[in-house]
Every structure is written in C-alpha cells, then in structure tokens.
Design a protein around this ligand. Sequence first.
Ligand SMILES: *Cc1c(COP(=O)(O)O)cnc(C)c1O
Length: 394
Amino acid sequence: MEWKYRCIECGKSYEISPDIMLCPGCKKKYDPKKPLRGILEVVGKTGELSAGRDLSAGPDTVDFVHRFLPVEREYFPSVPVGNTPIWRPMRLRKKTGFENLYLKDDTLNPTGSLKDRASFLVSAFARKFHIQDVVVASTGNAASSMAGIGAAAGLNIRIFIPSSAPKAKMVQALQYGADVTLVDGTYDTAFDMSIEFTDRHGGLNRNTAFNPMTIEGKKTAALEIFAQLNRMPDYVFVPAGDGVILSGVYKGFKDIIGSGPAEEMPVIYAVQAEGSQAICRALRDGDFGEPERSSTIADSIAVEVPRGGYYALSSLKKYSGRCVTVSDDEILKAQHELASESGLFAEPSSSAAFAGFKKVKAGLSEESVVVLLITGSGLKDIDAAMKGIDIPQH
Ligand SMILES: *Cc1c(COP(=O)(O)O)cnc(C)c1O
C-alpha cells in the first residue's frame, strides 16, 4: 500500500499532492472561531514497516524514523534535524523522586526548536514536488525554523509573524534570509493573512495543522523517544498551543503500535498555560466553544484558536490523555528550576511541560518512565527568562 492522505473526520482518502491541504468536503464546515476542519492524516505503509522488528539489537534511531516518513530520503535537505538526545537528569531525578525521568531535548535542533521537524519534512516535500516558495504564519519558532531549514534546502521563505514576537525569533528568520512581514495583530491574524497570500500567489503553505506534513514531521519526536528508550514511556508531557506537536506525538506512537513493536499508548499530558487553554477547556467541556483571549508569557503556546484542535482533542479522548494548566508564575519558576537543576535552559513553553509534571506528579507512581518534551531553547526569549531571575546590579 502506498502512502495516502485520510481525512480525520469523514475518512475519505486522497492521493498525496501539494494541491490538497485539507479535506475538500469537510473544510467547508470551517468556522473561523473554531479549529481547522478536515485535517488530513498520512496513512499507509507503516503496518508493514517494522513488524516483528527486534529492537533489542539496538535500533539505529535515524533509520528507524526514516522508514515511517512519506517523503523519500533523496529529497531531505542536508541539515541535521532530529535525532536529538534524551537526557537522564540525575539531580532532577533525585529531587523529584522519579528515577526514570527523561528530558527529550529538542532545543538542540538546528534552529533551536522542535519546529525543525515539521520544516524538514515540508522542505523535503517541496523539493519532491519542485516547489520553490514556502509561506508560513507563526508565533515565532515556526518562522525561524522554516527560514533556517528552508535556507539549507535552497527554498524561498515568506513569513507572517506578529510584531510582538520575541526578537530573537524574528532576527533568526531574517538572518536565514526569509522575507518577513510583521503583522499588527495576533498569531491568529497572521495565520489568516498567510493563507490569503498562498491562495492569491501560490507556493506551499507550511502553516501548522493546515499542512499535513507538519503533524507527520513532528511525529518523529515520538518515534525517537521509543527508539531511544527501547520501549514506550508511561507518561509524556507535551506543551500545547495549536496542538500539533501533541497530535504529532500521538501519531508517532500510533504508527509504532500499528506496526507491531509496542501495544500500549502512553498517557500523554497536554500542558497549557492558564491564560491560553483552549484544548484543556475542550477536553473538559467535550468540544471547542467560543475562543477566549490568550495571555501568557509562553508565547509559543499562546493561541486563541488551536488550529490542530480536532486532531488533538479526538486523540486525547481516544487514548485517555490528560490536560493540565500552569500559571505564568509556575512556568517561570519551573524554567529556573529546570535550568539550575539539570543544565537544560528551556523556553517558557517547554518549561511549562516541567511545571505541569510538577503539578501532577504526586498522583503518579515514582517508578514510571516519564518523558518531558523540551521543545525550544531558553535563548529564544531572553525577556521572558529575565523575569524569573534576579539580575545583579552594577
Ligand atoms: C510551537 C511550539 C509549541 C507548541 O506546539 P503546538 O503544535 O502549537 O501545540 C511548544 N513549544 C515550542 C518551543 C514551540 O515552538
């Protein structure tokens, strides 16, 4: 069986092509105040890929991951995305009492965030279909990521980013040579402007959730966690804004289960900021309601309408996932604690994953294998990080 797209709502299948992003039938149900409708999921070969694989031989993580991807290796840009280390933070283990606590360190991607996983697959996809122009809206990291990975791939990148985005992320995008449009509004406005742009001028739109390759690229984080631990973790803490990393993590574990080497889905915690918790609210209420204004220091998870909401919500429901919210104060404390107790300096969104873990850990068994997904580097938002420490006076 070849790779195909399948609509997560109506189940219809489509050939993979750059001419289709959302299910043509279901996307008509779109309400701008709700998540995207008709998200397409990649299905296909995974069932035959690694059935019966003997992981005890010591898996080649990169090879394992590549076999689950729907774009051939010959199109991959020459930039080392993914295969990030998984840390065994001894001091943090001792302090928390969790002897099997791990940090999946995606700050070590080329542009400093997990977004590179999506940008990498989107770039490969663009090259396969001879597309030169890629457009993306972003709160910051998707922009700097697409710009950087696009530079390695030789693509032209156009970016729509709120003027309030952390400076480092904008500067990165410009250094990588992208065309940057600063939007006088929120990420949600930037998102709409970018779609309008590709509708009018063409090019490939990399918007998260909208482009099926974004979930598919992000799933590699889960594939690696499994290969590196040589087992499924018990719990994974994932910071969630649009819910696409969350969806990707579910997709990766689902592909593994579908191909044989494991049976049980880990319990996944979606961690959101108190001031931006659309997915947690939907899990509580059963569905997405009216959007609420988002406000949090963790810019990467500040989202009013989570674009990948329906995939994230249905996965949380199907696999008994959980949600936890944390305050900005808890995030800043967690950021400093993580950095000073483990040596990993994470941006606020990723620190939220640690804050979420701290909040619920009393209810978990201390023997559990717990993975915190550390999605972005602390250096990307120094202004936020300065709020959680005392700066010496001179
Ligand atoms: C984008 C991002 C997130 C949130 O991912 P979603 O797919 O929007 O839920 C978390 N952390 C970092 C560093 C990010 O860049």
